[in-house]
Design a protein around this ligand. Structure first.
Ligand SMILES: [Zn+2]
Length: 313
């Protein structure tokens, strides 16, 4: 609803009408359309009728909606992905992607323009730097930048960002590779926890040799142990395998119990059949050629909280 309130504020500011009047018009519009559109959608129509363009104003991430054009925003880079090369239908090129966040949420930004991608390759765009984006296009829940868009480093300081994804909840049957998504489902299968070692510098897998660990990039290291947990969730439409790493696992099972087989059995009984919200990125598992959800957040469904949210909407 924060989204809606911001829209009302913007319309009030640009039109000079008071908020109550705007809300009245929005309700009238919804009634006329038999409630077929959301409050946000009706607010957009009202703003268009008042001749107020929501294009080219600086938006917060929580205000973004699929299909928006000419999106301007400022955000802090919280995750940078390696530049990928593609070769499809005789066209080849590069794709850059990063996650930015502001006070209201986080968002995947996809770069198609080589000049923009160079900013990543030349390490001019780094984690924690603030970027200013102009003229982006929202596709699904991602912001896409073409050659007509701009991205540059900003001197603005953004202190507190909301790192968790603000992405809409999706049905498992509708999930697509590359998306950020939040699903709600019941754990129907749980695999034994596994442990592996990573380099403390680059977090990549460390190779165990007889006398210690080696990182391909950093040589001899004292490796960090990490845990990996896989489970399958079912939301009634389909199932998907979820991959959880240490930081997320400890939200479900206290760290000190991970290596205690008896306690793990108890947790297993508790987790199986319980309902969770899981958000993260949808990736293709090359080995099984199926989609899996790499979790960046996991939360047990709290029914009381859920009812509260549903009643507000
Ligand atoms: Zn390393």
């Amino acid at each position: 609803m924060q989204n809606y309130d911001l829209l009302i504020e913007r319309i009030a500011k640009s039109s000079g009408l008071d908020k109550a009047e705007i809300e009245k018009r929005i309700e009238a519009k919804r009634a006329k359309l038999s409630g077929l559109i959301s409050k946000e959608g009706a607010a957009q129509i009202i703003s268009a009728e008042l001749g107020i363009s929501l294009d080219n104003i600086e938006l917060k991430i929580s205000e973004l909606m699929p299909g928006m054009k000419k999106v301007n925003l400022i955000g802090k880079v919280i995750n940078l992905f390696p530049v990928r090369e593609y070769n499809k239908n005789n066209r080849s090129g590069k794709i850059g992607s990063l996650i930015i966040a502001d006070e209201t949420g986080s968002l995947r930004v996809v770069l198609w323009d080589l000049n923009h991608i160079q900013l990543i390759e030349k390490k001019e765009i780094n984690n924690d730097c603030v970027v200013e984006i102009k003229n982006g296009l929202m596709r699904e829940n991602e912001l896409h930048l073409s050659g007509f868009s701009e991205i540059k480093i900003s001197n603005l300081v953004i202190k507190d960002v909301k790192r968790e994804n603000n992405v809409a909840e999706k049905l498992i049957k509708d999930l697509q590779e590359g998306q950020s998504a939040k699903v709600r489902g019941t754990i129907v299968q749980l695999f034994p926890i596994r442990f592996f070692y990573v380099c403390p510098e680059c977090n990549k897998k460390a190779n165990q040799e007889t006398d210690g660990f080696i990182c391909a990039e950093h040589g001899r290291i004292s490796a960090k142990e990490r845990a990996l947990l896989n489970f399958v969730v079912d939301d009634g439409t389909e199932t998907i395998r979820v991959v959880l790493f240490s930081d997320q696992i400890i939200k479900l099972i206290p760290e000190e119990n991970l290596k205690d087989p008896e306690k793990m059995l108890a947790f297993r009984d508790d987790l199986l059949g319980s309902e969770f919200f899981v958000s993260g990125n949808i990736k293709r598992n090359q080995l099984f050629n199926n989609l899996e959800l790499s979790a960046s957040d996991v939360e047990r469904v709290d029914l009381d909280k859920l009812i509260e949210v549903l009643e507000k909407n």
